[in-house]
Ligand binder design. Structure first.
Ligand SMILES: [Zn+2]
Length: 413
């Protein structure tokens, strides 16, 4: 009898035999529930992450076709102030660095509601968004951002290139992790990129995820987790050279890689790219041991967070959440935290008000709920925005509320 084939590496096809971390069974982290869905059956899928021992791509299997994930994955990115500021300063920087003007073409992959491309439009630089979630496209069009409601892949790139629509700048922010067919996507970048064009791609940095214990950024919608070195291998396999890199504070520590065609000699490889490659090697990212150690760290965090919550509840203190991000759902489901520990959470996004977190069924209210109930502790689930959120919550000092972050370790601010 033939053996059931196990999972294989999304990039290199090698069988996946090594576990990076196993967070158990979890629902899709963006599948917020309406009240009338609370008594219905909910889909739980394994959050079992592997690392490939040949190319060191950290990855999850896909349990649902991307069409199903992305139709639910419809959030409006324009709600975070710091993210908008990040986007605007990127547009100013890259426009100047590449000398973009009215004759250039910018294309963003997974352009969401046009939050970023709007800044190019304001400068008179032609910008095209490609975004599979149909419900955010009208918001983009309102900002004057032309948007194609499609998945980006090799085939779409060829269609655009064949009508002369190549790109001087391709932007992909926080999309690479969500691409099921990684090779088709990166090949598409090569096909769409003009001969002297540049692609900048941002993704959470695996080195930071591991060093800072950011296991809650693992979710089903994120199929892949990249180091610089692994990204370099993948892009090189598709004729693209990573010639520079920025380290960014966003999403707990991200990389912005700069790719060009392998034969474009006008841009030499920066010292920053070389230095980062060396740092990753020194941190052991080309060796399985470092990946194996991650698991122990994650389990310790679960014990610490539960101990903290049990203690507070024993004291009779009230604890609520702030934010309803995807990462919160990974954390709460992995730790088994429901309304017995966290009464409710709040979010600024009106789309989520009146909904419930998947799996844990914690209700989501508008932020004003906090001043109504005056909780003793507020657990900040989007810990990557803790500075911004602490400012927003400064008024809670009035009744002595304490702000807590769960990651990298449980800590009262
Ligand atoms: Zn591999």
């Amino acid at each position: 009898m033939a053996e059931t084939p196990g999972p294989i590496c999304r990039f290199c096809g090698n069988p996946l035999e090594f576990t990076f971390v196993d967070l158990g069974m979890s629902p899709f982290c963006e599948s917020y529930l309406r009240e009338d869905q609370l008594d219905q059956m909910e889909g739980f899928f394994p959050l079992h992450v592997y690392v490939c021992d040949r190319c060191f791509l950290v990855q999850l299997e896909e349990y649902l076709p991307p069409e199903e994930i992305f139709t639910q994955y419809a959030y409006f990115s324009a709600y975070s102030d710091s993210w908008l500021a990040h986007s605007k300063s990127y547009v100013d920087m890259i426009t100047e660095r590449l000398g973009l003007d009215g004759s250039s073409q910018v294309v963003e992959l997974a352009s969401n509601d046009g939050y970023l491309l709007q800044y190019f439009v304001q400068k008179g630089i032609p910008a095209l968004g490609i975004e599979p979630a149909a419900n955010v496209a009208p918001a983009a069009e309102e900002r004057g951002v032309e948007t194609l409601v499609e998945f980006f892949d090799h085939e779409l790139a060829q269609r655009l290139a064949s009508v002369g629509r190549t790109a001087d700048l391709i932007i992909g922010n926080n999309v690479l992790a969500q691409v099921p067919n990684l090779n088709s996507f990166v090949e598409g970048i090569r096909v769409l990129l003009a001969p002297a064009g540049v692609a900048t791609i941002e993704f959470p940095h695996l080195l930071r995820l591991m060093a800072e214990n950011q296991f809650d950024t693992i979710y089903h919608e994120h199929f892949s987790y990249f180091s610089f070195s692994t990204a370099e291998r993948i892009f090189a396999a598709h004729g693209l050279t990573l010639f520079d890199v920025d380290e960014l504070p966003t999403h707990g520590g991200s990389l912005r890689i700069y790719a060009r065609h392998v034969n474009d000699d006008s841009k030499s490889v920066s010292a920053a790219a070389q230095a980062l490659r060396d740092r990753e090697a020194k941190a052991g990212l080309n060796d399985l041991d470092a990946y194996r150690r991650f698991r122990e760290q994650v389990e310790a965090t679960k014990r610490d967070l539960l101990a903290f919550l049990i203690e507070r509840r024993r004291e009779g203190a009230s604890v609520v959440g702030y934010g309803a991000p995807g990462k919160g759902n990974t954390l709460l489901n992995y730790c088994g935290i429901r309304t017995d520990f966290l009464e409710y959470t709040v979010d600024r996004n009106p789309y989520k008000h009146g909904m419930y977190l998947p799996g844990t069924h914690i209700p989501i209210y508008p932020p004003e709920k906090i001043s109504e109930t005056k909780p003793d502790y507020i657990l900040i689930l989007p810990w990557n925005l803790k500075d911004e959120i602490s400012k927003q919550l400064a008024y809670t000092a009035e009744w002595g509320a304490k702000l807590v972050v769960p990651i990298p370790k449980v800590q009262t601010l």
